[in-house]
Ligand binder design. Sequence first.
Ligand SMILES: [Zn+2]
Length: 255
Amino acid sequence: MKILRLEVPHWEQFDGLVHGFLGRFGDQGQPPNAAFRLSYDDGGDPQAIKRNWCELKLAIGLRDISIITAKQVHGDTILHVCSATEKLAGIGDGLMTDAPNLCVGVMAADCVPLLFVEPVRKIAAAVHAGWRGTAAGIAPRAVTLMKEVYRIDPAALHVAMGPSIGPCCYEVGPEVAEQIAANWREELMGTWRPEGVKGRLDLRALNEAQLLGAGIPQSHIRKIGPCTACHVRDFFSYRKEGKSGHQLSFIGWRS
Ligand SMILES: [Zn+2]
């Protein structure tokens, strides 16, 4: 099985870092249908899901490392993962860890997957930010929590945002912009373009503005990959396909 895997070119310098933004898999790239299930909580056969994980890890050459995920609910909870004893860390839309030899991962299909890395202390985090998570400020919240829990300087963090729906395809109603503007009015400027009664939202640019406000240097923020809805052969897109599968983004450190 072949899987498209995008990596951050600049992160090659971080020795021992393992990461990737994966593309669609398990359905021969033909949208829609037959998505390759990885979520233990969506009613699928647990044995089949376990086999899917084995196949996936074999395909990306990570058989010896656990990938820990969470039951995602479009909220702003970030879970602190200390060990690889549980495959599912709990309910949350972000996971962070300072433990070696495990990866944290999030699933997305249009929403923004964000991977964070602090290369000196070897901290890693993965965050899922749709418009609700972004309105709740989940990305800057991850920065604040890493600062508190691991005592790191936000200026030392690097962030990459993976394939997600672009402003070319993401039309939303004014109520969405209003909810975001409640806490992020300044950040919304330039990332929201009204068009008639609706408007277009640039979710990655909005997250970038939030991250800059949280103290991450501009030069440490990268955008990897295209708009998911424009590239459904390579990526699942909920907006384009209706009920779709989800692609995995993951990050961690080998000791
Ligand atoms: Zn697009």
